[in-house]
Design a protein around this ligand. Structure first.
Ligand code: MRU
Length: 367
């Protein structure tokens, strides 16, 4: 994306063709810091600690992690065994986003198909780069299809502002380019649609307030940050025309895992007859699970993410304690929105309903 006149992605390969560069998203919006990843341990740390986050980006990072494993495994006694073990460690870094497994396995398959260490490194590099490029293009197409729905609402409203609510950050920072939920927004905005985005702050880590607001601001898209609990009120008062969210894993039957709080937005949208769309590349579909509520693993993170809140004070990024020192806290990172609450999926192949038959109609190769 174009940020202050420069083209930026959240991940790229350095000119040495070995070092993976990522934006350290923990420090945004207050500082723009780039981190170097040269070992699998560093990649795992970056995924767990959320320098990189968001399903498509986690997938691409895992893919580059396999490339790093091939570079570092060159001299191991049994380099294939080493690479396989490193892949298992990479896949265990975060449980909910299915893209991590997908990205790692896709590169590993290429690596296993060739003989020499040099070929393995080459194949891994090419495949990881291909994943990043494909995801960027998929997100572009999500924008093209999704923008049509925004334009339709704009027409119905005779050109009056279309108000879109989004939760968490499913923007280019979570993907490679364009984002998933934000892609239709950017595309419609570029086409001249008058729109405005309600940005849920998204406690505990505030990906909405920190990242989505920063992204939209950099592109000049009108937006307002709201508390996570404000959406229902705004919907009741006709101030939300549609909801678009991303997802970390969606079953091929239409259940959607996304950042904690998404389910409540979907319930409120249903109650107020507001369309609730989920934007995703096909890499985020789980083709094996059928019951998202029962089967999708929900990550539980450190209670300290709930107890403390991070922000900028006196030029320093600071954390402050909110609840009583000794109150226990719990951090459930995702929830699952059942298919019945989802109006449609916006994918790189078009828009479909949230049902097994509709999803497989667009992706028959997974029948
Ligand atoms: O915990 P995160 O930040 O990795 O969570 C991912 C998300 O930002 C979302 O849940 C997002 O809406 C889907 S990923 C494009």
């Amino acid at each position: 994306m174009n940020i202050d006149g420069k083209t930026v992605r959240p991940i790229w390969l350095d000119t040495d063709q070995k070092t993976v560069k990522v934006i350290d998203q923990r420090q945004l919006p207050h500082r723009f810091v780039v981190a170097d990843l040269t070992t699998v341990d560093e990649v795992i740390h970056a995924i767990k600690e959320m320098y990189v986050r968001g399903a498509p980006l986690i997938g691409a990072t895992g893919a580059y992690g396999v490339m790093i494993a091939t570079c570092n495994g060159e001299d191991a006694a049994d380099s294939l065994k080493f690479i396989r073990q490193e892949c298992e460690r990479l896949k265990a870094a975060r449980p909910t986003a299915v893209n991590l497994d997908w990205g790692v396995n896709r590169v590993l398959d290429k690596v296993l198909a060739v003989e020499t260490p040099e070929e393995r490194i080459f194949e891994a590099r090419v495949e990881a780069a291909a994943i990043a490029e494909e995801e960027a293009e998929n997100c572009r197409m999500i924008g093209v299809y999704g923008a049509e729905r925004i334009e339709a609402i704009s027409l119905e409203k005779k050109g009056k502002t279309v108000n879109i609510l989004t939760h968490c950050n499913a923007g280019w920072l979570a993907c490679i380019e364009h984002g998933t939920a934000t892609a239709p927004i950017y595309e419609a905005f570029d086409r001249g649609v008058d729109l405005h985005v309600w940005v849920d702050e998204t406690r505990p880590l505030n990906q909405g307030a920190r990242l989505t607001a920063w992204e939209l601001g950099k592109q000049g898209v009108p937006h307002t940050v709201i508390t996570d609990n404000a959406g229902g009120h705004l919907m009741q008062h006709g101030r939300v025309d549609m909801v678009i969210v991303g997802t970390d894993r969606s079953t091929h039957t239409g259940d959607v895992a996304n950042k904690i709080g998404t389910y409540l937005k979907a319930l409120a949208a249903k109650d107020n007859d507001i369309p609730f769309y989920v934007a995703l590349p096909s890499s985020t579909f789980d083709w094996t699970m059928t019951d998202g509520v029962k089967e999708i693993p929900i990550e539980e993170r450190s209670p300290d993410e709930v107890r403390y809140i991070q922000g900028m004070a006196d030029g320093q990024i600071t954390r402050v304690l909110v609840p009583p020192e000794d109150s226990p806290a719990a951090d459930f990172a995702f929830d699952v929105t059942p298919a019945r609450l989802v109006t449609g999926f916006i994918t790189e192949r078009g828009i479909c309903g949230a049902s097994e038959s509709e999803i497989h109609r667009l992706f028959p190769e997974h029948d």
